[in-house]
Design a protein around this ligand. Sequence first.
Ligand SMILES: [Zn+2]
Length: 376
Amino acid sequence: MSPEVLIVFVDSLPYALLPRMERMRRAPEAWPLRPGFGYSVNIHAEMFAGLLPDDVGYFGEWTYDPPHSPGWRYRRILPLLDALFHPYVLNRGLQTLLTRNYHPGVVVPNIPLRHLDKFALTGYHLLDDPAAFPRPSIFTEHPEMRFLPIPRLPKGERDAVSYEQTMALLAEGVTSLFVPFPDLDGFGHRYGIEGEPYLEHLRRLDRWLDAVVERFMEAHPHGHLFVVSDHGMVTVMKGISLELERAVGPASHRTYVYFSDANILRVWVKDEALREPIRSYLDAFEGGRLVTEAERREYGITDPRFGDFIFVLEEGLAFEPSTFARHKPKGMHGYHPEAPGQQAVCLHWGPAWRGDPPRRMRDLYQMLVAALEGGW
Ligand SMILES: [Zn+2]
């Protein structure tokens, strides 16, 4: 008999906001989950395939990988172009032109022309296409579970469709289903978690999920229903500027290379003489701290290709500008996984869980496997 399991994935639903969801907060079991370090591209691999960044071989969407960078073939003329196209708008305009065929559909981040020969897009977004993900996941191991892909619609319009599709499939008698609700993330980045459009969407989700729970549990009183998220979200209070080049000199293939996401900075040291100056600059930098060796082991980010230094900002700050974007977002995630606003959520309906409370994304993966394989 195929398992009766419904997994609802809500992108970026913070555990901290559960009290604001009238209906979801009444779930029989609710646990906060610590996300992995980094962003969704890695966290999803841990949630749905049990794999840490060291296991999959990538950390972050973009990484230092010159031969695969969009600017590698222009590398000899990039410094000249960068000097000629100095005003930001021109620089970014030419960058867009040079990178338009790189990965169609992917927006190349805020990389200045002179650094266009350094960073390459890496990693696999598991939920885009589980079959293309190079390792087994709950989706490839359990083809009996119907997988609803993220609707190909503009951001903000997808959750309503996910909801309609879920209700229709449940009415058809589908017993095992995975469904994504991707839109809350965008509302968080755009408005912050106190913004009215964000809170409005949170209330909408609460109503939709409640209807889904009612429909599924009525049909499958002994089934398992999960509502899970990948990480939290906090409002960004302040932009902070990184003056690494002013402090230790220009970045280059011969000196050092750095990539700043909104709140995580990675530095690759090429000239050993610069290692200590970079370390002391980052040690003294207010508003964040270096990730320790012990933490890199704990979170599975020990691979030296992930950077000689990994640095993370305190919750509520964001680099502005960053290598990723010119301006800071209104809301962000990806801070230290122990930070309170970053905690993800796992809600469960069905036979109570008798094991240890899940704490990490790997624990959630084990729970999902147990529900799908009858090992509950
Ligand atoms: Zn996000």
